[in-house]
Design a protein. Structure first.
Length: 233
């Protein structure tokens, strides 16, 4: 289990987990073996990775706790008793599409805890969640290898979240610079904003370019202020 998946595990809150795009089934097997859930579903859309998950389930003697399901997203996932859905390691657009196609997600009671880790298009996913009345309650950044990710915890709220869907939210979400992982995430988002600003300026969209450059500079100031106040952590 790498740090990225362990961060996903830390945001799971219930007892029956569905891991969508499970690949080798590491996350559900880990949670079941460690007593972090009562049961889990290891789901994948392709037969080959699902066979790897089944082998991992057998090798760890978890057949009574972890069930492998061939499913296109959440299509074949039974909602009964489901407390958590983990969708990690995919693009933000694909994660949003999977959630969009799930007919029962907005009527589940209590709301299902969503743990989402986009590899790309984090801004698309954050906007989709906002537009569709899902509230992000927590985000945990994590450095894993050469990459830094943000893992989101969200649920359907039935109304617009209490925060604005502005440029800062789309790029940074709820990530703050109090930790090394948070500072690194914001630093990289600042660099992406600078690059995006150059593209906007080249296309003649000076207002968007200025907004992006301003936010990039604000993020750097916030990172420097955190380091100067408390020192590196």
């Amino acid at each position: 289990m790498d740090k990225r998946l362990l961060t996903c595990v830390s945001l799971c809150r219930g007892r029956r987990i569905a891991d969508i795009g499970t690949d080798h089934g590491y996350l559900p097997c880990y949670m079941a073996a460690e007593g972090l859930c009562d049961s889990a579903l290891a789901c994948d859309t392709a037969p080959l990775p699902l066979e790897s998950a089944k082998a991992n389930i057998r090798e760890n003697g978890l057949e009574d706790k972890v069930t492998a399901i061939l499913s296109d997203g959440l299509e074949k996932v039974p909602p009964e008793g489901l407390t958590d859905i983990v969708i990690a390691g995919m693009g933000g657009e694909l994660i949003a599409a999977i959630l969009q196609k799930c007919s029962w997600l907005t009527s589940a009671q209590p709301p299902v805890n969503l743990v989402l880790q986009p590899m790309t298009k984090w801004d698309h996913l954050r906007k989709w969640l906002y537009d569709n009345n899902f509230i992000v309650t927590a985000e945990k950044p994590c450095i894993s290898g050469r990459f830094v990710y943000s893992v989101m915890q969200a649920h359907y709220a039935g109304e617009k979240p209490p925060y604005p869907c502005d440029l800062r939210y789309l790029y940074c979400g709820l990530v703050t610079p109090e930790t090394q992982d948070g500072r690194e995430y914001l630093l990289r988002q600042s660099k992406r904003l600078e690059a995006a600003a150059k593209g906007k300026a080249a296309s003649g969209d000076d207002n968007a370019a200025l907004e992006m450059k301003t936010l990039a500079a604000e993020l750097l100031l916030r990172i420097d202020s955190e380091i100067g106040t408390n020192g590196p952590k």
